[in-house]
Design a protein around this ligand. Structure first.
Ligand code: HEC
Ligand code: HEC
Ligand code: HEC
Ligand code: HEC
Ligand code: HEC
Ligand code: HEC
Ligand code: HEC
Ligand code: HEC
Ligand code: HEC
Ligand code: HEC
Length: 318
């Protein structure tokens, strides 16, 4: 990660991060004399913490040692530097008293605000996908990094396709219902997941979409719908969601309505040259006429509803 190249996980730097976030911890290394608030680092880093927070501790601490954060060979990680306190902040006082008022738990009950807790992570994670974080809907809705992420588990559920949706559904109940509809993107089968269409850390697009426009987001997987087409169908080039519900729908093919109603939102039936195109005029056609035309669904004839590359596909029929 480029963002960490110039980053040197030093105690002083951590203190600067904290100070700039208004925490007011004294710049105290383990060797410094106690500050006003007694907020200094513990004497032996994780070794101190683990004296009390043993494997028998009710909250499982140890799985963190199986994660990237514990990779001491990587100088950017917490465990190559201040260890537990790189995230939890100076814990010298806590380590002598066991008082929970002297250590940031990252929980709602923490003495730090959401913003201050997030800054403990952003001190190392400002770049890449988090560029859009500040000002994003999630940031302004006061979400914490830990609303989605778990750090003391071997596999953070939000990072895996199969387990991510449950994390989001904690707050997004409507979306769970949408993905359970008869026609839906196969999120519930683990074939794709929220973060393939959305950037949960924020983006420049509407609805925090992963690409600058809605259509570009769809084209990442449905490239054949991008064209260019000899004969474009204007609404398809403009906005897929004019006809499709991106999450799920009661109608086939994720459609918002079934044809002909779908089409008739924009196309007047009256304008259609129905006389010349009764089914009698079609190869193998019989009776039926206008009744077929209106009930059979427009896409029986206009099958190339996303655009056509056929020289005579101007009416989107081939
Ligand atoms: C002397 C034993 C002891 C040591 C050493 C110790 N802790 Fe604790 N820690 C406790 C106890 C006891 C609690 C539970 C406090 C409570 O629930 O009131 C606790 C709770 C915590 C909590 C949760 C606080 C909360 O608000 O629920 C965190 C986070 C924590 N410790 C981190 C650390 C870190 C990091 C270190 C090393 C710098 C450390 N502890 C060292 C005894 C210790
Ligand atoms: C990469 C950052 C990070 C590091 C490093 C880290 N923790 Fe944590 N820790 C967290 C977060 C985030 C939580 C909140 C977990 C949650 O919300 O479920 C937490 C929670 C805790 C809790 C409280 C759990 C509870 O609900 O009572 C304790 C105790 C704790 N950590 C101890 C430690 C100890 C000891 C170490 C070092 C061995 C350590 N942590 C290293 C991020 C970290
Ligand atoms: C001292 C710096 C540091 C701190 C503090 C820190 N991280 Fe990290 N984090 C890292 C590094 C380094 C990696 C590994 C990056 C890599 O391998 O590309 C990492 C990886 C991650 C990953 C990806 C894990 C994976 O398996 O791919 C997540 C998620 C993450 N951190 C979230 C957090 C959160 C949330 C916090 C705050 C509670 C936090 N980090 C605090 C340095 C830090
Ligand atoms: C709304 C849920 C959510 C919140 C809040 C959230 N994340 Fe994430 N984060 C995700 C998801 C989902 C992924 C995996 C998909 C991806 O890479 O975009 C991820 C991936 C990551 C990664 C590893 C992949 C990468 O991009 O490097 C890091 C590091 C990370 N988040 C840090 C943070 C930090 C720091 C915060 C707080 C400022 C935060 N996240 C807040 C959902 C969230
Ligand atoms: C802790 C609660 C919480 C979690 C967990 C959560 N969100 Fe959200 N999300 C919100 C809130 C609050 C809003 C803003 C109000 C709303 O639109 O419901 C929001 C808005 C959104 C929006 C609309 C953004 C916009 O600008 O219109 C998207 C997309 C979104 N979340 C995706 C996700 C995804 C994907 C995940 C899982 C990786 C997730 N959320 C997890 C609380 C959460
Ligand atoms: C196939 C792509 C795709 C997937 C997968 C996807 N979304 Fe969306 N989502 C969209 C699009 C496109 C929109 C914007 C809809 C619009 O503006 O008409 C959207 C909108 C949203 C909104 C805002 C809704 C509103 O009413 O403003 C939320 C919240 C959301 N998605 C959450 C999720 C969650 C949670 C998941 C995973 C369980 C998810 N999305 C998976 C494409 C997707
Ligand atoms: C990350 C990949 C991905 C993205 C992005 C994506 N899709 Fe899909 N889409 C799929 C997959 C996978 C299927 C299921 C294919 C299958 O069942 O054969 C699918 C199926 C569909 C279907 C057919 C559903 C059915 O019941 O036959 C429609 C319509 C559709 N997507 C529209 C969209 C639209 C509109 C967007 C943009 C908002 C979009 N997709 C973005 C992966 C994606
Ligand atoms: C004018 C309405 C309309 C618009 C706009 C539209 N579609 Fe469709 N789409 C349909 C209809 C109708 C079907 C069903 C076709 C069928 O059953 O033969 C369909 C089917 C699909 C399918 C599944 C069958 C197939 O052809 O692969 C996908 C995927 C799809 N659309 C993606 C998209 C994408 C991506 C966009 C935006 C670029 C888009 N659609 C815009 C009407 C539309
Ligand atoms: C959101 C509005 C909208 C919807 C919904 C819509 N269309 Fe269209 N359609 C248009 C526009 C705009 C044009 C371009 C008209 C023009 O160039 O005069 C067009 C062009 C066409 C044409 C070519 C007309 C010509 O004169 O070349 C056909 C055929 C067509 N649409 C069929 C359909 C069918 C079938 C459906 C339903 C599956 C449908 N449309 C849904 C807006 C829509
Ligand atoms: C039986 C086949 C058939 C069905 C079903 C059908 N159409 Fe057509 N449609 C045609 C043919 C053929 C033309 C070309 C007329 C021409 O070239 O003048 C046409 C032309 C059009 C045009 C362009 C009109 C123009 O002025 O050139 C639109 C828009 C259109 N149809 C929409 C629809 C809609 C909406 C439906 C469903 C309500 C529908 N069609 C059902 C065969 C059909």
């Amino acid at each position: 990660m480029r963002w960490m190249n110039q980053m040197n996980i030093e105690k002083s730097l951590f203190a600067v991060v904290l100070l700039s976030s208004g925490l007011g911890f004294s710049i105290a290394a383990s060797s410094s004399p106690a500050g006003d608030q007694g907020m200094e680092y513990s004497a032996n880093g994780a070794d101190t913490c683990l004296l009390c927070h043993t494997e028998a501790w009710a909250y499982p601490i140890y799985p963190i040692f199986k994660t990237k954060h514990a990779n001491r060979a990587d100088k950017r990680t917490p465990f190559a530097g201040l260890q537990c306190e790189a995230c939890h902040g100076p814990g010298g006082k806590h380590a002598t008293t066991g008082s929970k008022d002297a250590i940031n738990s990252f929980k709602e009950t923490s003495f730090l605000s959401v913003r201050q807790r997030n800054e403990a992570c952003l001190g190392c994670h400002q770049g890449n996908a988090r560029v859009g974080w500040v000002g994003s809907t999630h940031e302004t809705s006061n979400l914490a990094c830990t609303s989605c992420h778990q750090l003391h588990v071997e596999h953070d559920p939000v990072l895996a396709r199969a387990t991510q949706p449950e994390v989001c559904y904690k707050c997004h109940l409507k979306e769970r219902a949408e993905f359970n509809k008869p026609s839906a993107h196969p999120v519930r089968f683990g074939l794709l997941t929220c973060s393939e269409c959305h950037s949960p850390h924020g983006s420049i697009a509407v609805a925090m979409l992963a690409r600058p426009t809605l259509n570009q987001t769809c084209y990442t997987c449905h490239a054949e719908k991008r064209g260019p087409f000899l004969w474009e169908h204007a609404p398809a080039a403009e906005d897929c969601s004019l006809c499709h519900s991106p999450h799920g729908s009661a109608h086939a093919s994720l459609l918002k309505k079934d044809p002909p109603l779908l089409c008739q939102q924009c196309h007047a039936v009256a304008g259609h040259p129905s006389v010349a195109y009764t089914s009698a005029a079609l190869p193998g056609g019989g009776g039926g006429g206008a009744a077929f035309l209106l009930s059979g669904g427009c896409i029986n004839c206009h099958s190339q509803v996303h655009g056509s590359n056929h020289p005579s596909g101007i009416k989107l029929m081939r």
